[in-house]
Design a protein around this ligand. Structure first.
Ligand code: GUN
Ligand code: ZN
Length: 434
C-alpha cells in the first residue's frame, strides 16, 4: 500500500492526564504553532511546526488552518440512536418521559428503512459536532444496530453500539424475551464485534425493564466473548431508584442488582449515576467500571446534579455523554457548557482542562481505548477535529479578548457548538467539512 502522509498546521491542544490526578499544568500539551503528521490513518508525529517542518520531505501536503485549534475527536460515552427524532420532548421526568415519548419513538425502528434513514442522520450529526467515537444505544430491534454499524463502517469510524435488551415493563410492541435478546445480541456480536474499528456493547436498558433471567444472560454474554462492552443506566432519577428497590427487594440497592448479574467491569459504562452513594462509587471504581456524566439530560429531565468531585475522590472513570434524546444537544461543547453549570450549582469548579479531559482522554479511558483515541499521541488513530475561532461573530469577537489557551478553551466550550467544528477527521480521512 502506498504511504499517504499529510500534515496539519494550527494551534494544537490535547490532554495528557486527568487534572484531578496530576494538576492542571501537567494535564495537557499545547502548541501555539503546532504540526500534526498523519500516515495511513494514524498520527505519526506531533510537535512545534518549527521543529518538525525541517525534518519532513519538501513536497509533503500541508494544510494550514489560521485562527483554529486542533484537538482530538470528541468522545460521547452515552447516546441513543433511536431518540434522534425526539430531542426536546416537553414536560416529563424520566419514567413518564419514557412511556410518553421514548417508547413510541423507538418503536418506529421496526421499519428497516426508518432505521437506515435515522442512522444516516445520526452519524452525520455526530460528525458535524466533532464526535468521532460514541457508545450508542440502539433500539430493541437488531436492525437499528445493523444500520448504524453499516453506516459507521463505510466511514471507518471507531464506534461502539448494542441492541437494547428489555423483556418487561415496556409496551408489548417493544419487548424481546430473555432468550431472543440473548440470541439477537449474539448474532450482532458475531457479525460486528472487532470488525474494523467497531465494537459491541451488551445493552440491558436498565434494571426495571429486564427480568432477572435477562440480566443473567447479559452477564453470560460478557463472559463468552473477549473485550465486549456493557452499557446501561443507573441511579438517574429518585422514582426510578425506588422502583428498582421494589422490583429487586432481595438485592442491596441499584448497583448491587447489576453487580449480582456480573455486569460490572472494565468495559462497563453506567449512564448518569446522579444519585450514587459513596459505597457505590467505590464499588464501581474497584471493578474498573465507568460512569457517563450527562449534564444536559440531567437538567432537562430534572434528574439532579452529578457529583463529579465524589467520583474523583474514588478515582472512578468518568466520561461525558450527550444522552440524546434525554439530553438536548449532540454537541459535546454544549454538554460541557452545562457540565460547568452543574458544578457551579454544587459550589464546585470545572476547569477548561478538566472539561477537555472529560470530552477526550477521560472518555477514552472510560472505554479502555486510550491507546487508540482521546489524545494526539503518535501511534494513535488519526481522529481529530479543527475548531474555528471565527465560527460566529460573537465567538470571534470574544476570543480576541482571550489572553491564553485556558481562556480560549473555556470560551470555546461556553459559546461553541456544531458551528465551531470546521472539520472532522476519522482515521485520517475528512468525514465532515462545515
Ligand atoms: N433509563 C432507561 N432508559 C432510558 C433512556 O432511554 N434515557 C434515559 N435518559 N434514561 C433511561
Ligand atoms: Zn440514556
Amino acid at each position: 500500500m502506498p504511504l499517504t502522509r499529510k500534515a496539519y498546521r494550527a494551534a494544537i491542544l490535547h490532554s495528557l492526564a486527568d487534572p484531578a490526578e496530576v494538576g492542571i499544568e501537567a494535564s495537557y500539551e499545547y502548541f501555539e504553532d503546532g504540526l500534526l503528521v498523519i500516515e495511513n490513518g494514524r498520527i505519526s508525529a506531533l510537535g512545534h511546526a518549527g521543529d518538525l517542518l525541517p525534518r519532513l520531505p519538501a513536497d509533503i501536503d500541508i494544510t494550514h488552518y489560521q485562527d483554529a485549534l486542533i484537538t482530538p475527536g470528541l468522545i460521547d460515552t452515552h447516546i441513543h440512536l433511536p431518540q434522534t427524532g425526539m430531542v426536546g420532548a416537553y414536560g416529563e421526568q424520566l419514567l413518564d418521559w419514557l412511556n410518553t415519548y421514548t417508547f413510541p419513538c423507538e418503536s418506529q425502528f421496526a421499519d428497516k428503512a426508518h432505521a437506515e434513514e435515522v442512522a444516516d442522520v445520526f452519524i452525520k450529526e455526530l460528525l458535524r459536532n466533532g464526535t468521532t467515537t460514541a457508545l450508542v444505544f440502539g433500539s430493541v430491534h437488531p436492525q437499528s444496530v445493523n444500520a448504524f454499524f453499516e453506516a459507521a463502517e463505510k466511514l471507518d469510524l471507531r464506534m461502539i453500539a448494542g441492541k437494547v435488551m428489555m423483556d418487561r415493563n415496556a409496551p408489548d410492541y417493544l419487548t424481546d424475551t430473555a432468550e431472543s435478546s440473548y440470541q439477537q445480541s449474539k448474532a450482532l456480536i458475531e457479525r460486528w464485534h472487532g470488525k474494523g474499528r467497531l465494537h459491541y456493547a451488551v445493552t440491558p436498558r436498565f434494571a426495571p425493564t429486564s427480568t432477572p433471567e435477562q440480566l443473567a444472560l447479559a452477564g453470560q454474554l460478557l463472559g463468552e466473548y473477549p473485550d465486549l462492552y456493557m452499557q446501561t443506566h443507573i441511579s438517574e432519577n429518585k422514582q426510578e431508584i425506588e422502583w428498582v428497590k421494589a422490583l429487586f427487594p432481595e438485592r442491596d440497592g441499584y448497583l448491587d442488582v447489576y453487580d449480582h448479574y456480573k455486569l460490572l467491569g472494565e468495559r462497563s459504562v453506567f449512564a448518569h449515576g446522579v444519585h450514587l452513594c459513596d459505597e457505590e462509587c467505590a464499588r464501581l471504581a474497584e471493578t474498573g467500571s465507568a460512569v457517563a456524566f450527562c449534564p444536559t439530560s440531567n437538567l432537562f429531565l430534572g434528574s439532579g446534579l452529578f457529583n463529579l468531585p465524589m467520583a474523583e475522590k474514588h478515582k472512578l472513570n468518568v466520561g461525558l455523554g450527550t444522552d440524546i434524546g434525554g439530553g438536548t444537544s449532540f454537541s459535546l461543547l454544549q454538554t460541557l457548557n452545562e457540565a460547568y453549570k452543574v458544578m457551579q450549582l454544587q459550589g464546585a469548579r470545572l476547569s477548561p482542562f478538566k472539561s477537555l479531559y472529560l470530552a477526550t482522554l477521560g472518555g477514552a479511558r472510560a472505554l479502555r481505548l486510550e491507546d487508540r483515541i482521546g489524545t494526539l499521541q503518535p501511534g494513535t488513530d488519526a481522529d481529530f477535529i479543527v475548531l474555528d475561532y471565527n465560527a460566529t461573530p460573537l465567538l470571534s469577537y470574544r476570543l480576541k479578548q482571550a489572553n491564553n489557551i485556558a481562556e480560549t478553551l473555556f470560551v470555546l466550550m461556553t459559546l461553541g457548538d456544531d458551528r465551531t467544528v470546521l472539520q472532522t477527521y476519522a482515521a485520517g480521512n475528512r468525514v465532515h467539512q462545515r
